[in-house]
Design a protein around this ligand. Structure first.
Ligand code: NAI
Length: 248
């Protein structure tokens, strides 16, 4: 079913991993896309070509989500090209894990800037367009770690908890204009980010998950289609866990 037909979606950090899978699923669901990543390289260009094979119009952009000016220029170009923005997925994110004892100030600041400030940057940039349209769906990528914390990830957990507070506030501010804002909190999803874990760590994680398997980017993308579509038109300010039941 083409649930996103006629919609224009912006997805950050979409050259690979969860962002790429969300963008692919949006394209299959009928949306046109503006996808961004840090560099305009073969990976981003190939991702855009793959998505365009669905018949979607797909434009790739090099844009640093952590930069306020980049985010504004990116969205200005999207509005010039497509005339509207219906869906924004703030997906770009990084980890710089370490115990607090060893965590540097730079690693704290960088994670906050890329994971949390980027959400502010892009949301500010689309706000005017969505207000004019009197519609929009903003989807922010949080994490189970933002709900529960995790030893060795104080910076990452703080950034993801911050996203949840930001999401709830924006939902309250913009709800009267029919702009929705929700967060998705994935659990243990297999991507390049988690692929480096050794087997023992991976098995330990899986044993704690009620559904007894790791998640896939597709599991996350499916929920993101729901949040972008009319099926969720009465859902805002929520954090939806996609974690096999990990968060209780
Ligand atoms: P990934 O590392 O595979 O992909 C992230 C993409 O974002 C990369 O293409 C990277 O180049 C891009 N990116 C990084 N910094 C950027 C910036 N400043 N501007 C634009 N693009 C930037 O990561 P993955 O696993 O696909 O994660 C995507 C999101 O999901 C992240 O926000 C992550 O925190 C979140 N998440 C991932 C989980 C997992 O288990 N993989 C679990 C929970 C949340």
């Amino acid at each position: 079913m083409k649930m996103l037909k006629g919609k224009v979606a912006v997805i950050t950090g979409a050259a690979r991993g969860i962002g790429k899978t969300i963008a692919m699923e949006y394209a299959r669901s009928g949306a046109d896309l503006a996808i961004s990543d840090l560099k305009m390289d073969k990976t981003l260009e190939a991702a855009a070509r793959e998505m365009a094979q669905t018949g979607a119009r797909v434009l790739p952009f090099a844009s640093d989500a952590a930069s306020f000016d980049d985010a504004q220029q990116f969205i200005d170009s999207v509005v010039d090209e497509f005339g509207r923005v219906d869906v924004l997925v703030n997906n770009a994110g990084i980890t710089r894990d370490n115990l607090l004892m060893r965590m540097s100030e730079d690693d704290f600041d960088l994670v906050m800037k890329v994971n949390l400030k980027s959400v502010f940057n892009l949301t500010k940039a689309v706000q005017r367009t969505m207000l004019k349209q009197r519609s929009g769906s903003i989807i922010n990528m949080a994490s189970v770690v933002g709900l529960q914390g995790n030893a060795g990830q104080a910076n990452y957990a703080a950034s993801k908890s911050g996203i949840i507070g930001f999401t709830k506030s924006v939902a309250q501010e913009l709800g009267s204009r029919n702009i929705r804002c929700n967060a998705v909190a994935p659990g243990f999803i297999v991507t390049e980010m988690t692929g480096e874990l050794d087997d023992k760590v991976r098995d330990d994680w899986i044993s704690t998950i009620p559904l007894k398997r790791e998640g896939t980017p597709q599991d996350v993308a499916n929920v993101c289609v729901f949040l972008a579509s009319q099926l969720s038109e009465y859902v805002t300010g929520q954090t939806i866990s996609v974690d096999g039941g990990l968060n209780r």
